[in-house]
Design a protein around this ligand. Structure first.
Ligand code: GRF
Length: 209
């Protein structure tokens, strides 16, 4: 798998994917590219430290939406990217890019979707909403990317208990730890060719023995 990781922020999920590759836990996977819409993204610095190619692609730098799409697709193609992982990427991916990577683009979201997802529910806001709703469990979800926010078929989930003493910050930290375990595991399923998408649902085939 020739993976591109898109990240806008600190890039701890990017790091967990990179660590998994380096440990040998993500077989047949190479991080071919790290893409960001932020020049200062921590993820870009992490990539550079490890000699992974980087690209900054900001819609506002292009004359038109089609020109931006062309640049994104051209960059992915130039790096032979065949799979995309969004890891804290704060821009909506244009439809044409989603279509080009249909069933080959995933995102990680810090809640148990379909709860606490959708436009405007990102970062700390997710955990604030979880606490305000008084639910006892939250978690992390890896899902395929479609044209809407957080609505694509679910690939993997892991629950996290909500403690009475939690603040959005403490909850975010525990969910993030879970994300770091879950994302590489989910990507491994794709690398091993074990993911079958049937409409809205994802079937995982058992590992080859
Ligand atoms: C994660 O919580 C992810 O689920 C969300 O944004 C955060 C990114 O964190 N979409 P990091 O940049 O990977 O540290």
């Amino acid at each position: 798998m020739h993976l591109a990781v898109f990240a806008s922020g600190g890039g701890s999920n990017f790091q967990s994917i990179l660590d998994a590759v380096q440990r040998g836990d993500l077989p047949q996977t190479e991080i071919a590219l790290c893409v960001s819409n932020k020049l200062q993204a921590g993820a870009l610095q992490r990539a550079e430290r490890h000699g992974i190619p980087t690209a900054v692609l900001r819609p506002e730098d292009f004359d038109s939406a089609p020109a931006y799409v062309e640049a994104v697709l051209g960059t992915l193609e130039a790096h032979h990217v065949d799979f995309v992982a969004l890891a804290g990427y704060m821009r909506k991916i244009p439809s044409a890019v989603v279509a080009a990577y249909a069933n080959r683009m995933v995102n990680i979201h810090p809640s148990l979707l379909p709860a606490f997802g959708g436009q405007g529910l990102y970062g700390q806001r997710v955990h604030e909403a979880v606490l305000a709703a008084g639910v006892r469990w939250t978690g992390a979800t890896v899902h395929l990317v479609d044209d809407d926010y957080d609505t694509g078929p679910i690939v993997a989930q892991e629950p996290v208990i909500v403690e009475h003493t939690d603040t959005p910050k403490s909850l975010a930290a525990r969910v993030l730890e879970t994300e770091h375990r879950l994302y590489p595991q989910a990507l491994r399923l794709f690398a091993e060719g074990r993911v079958r998408i049937e409409g809205r649902t994802v079937q995982i085939t058992p590992p080859a023995s």
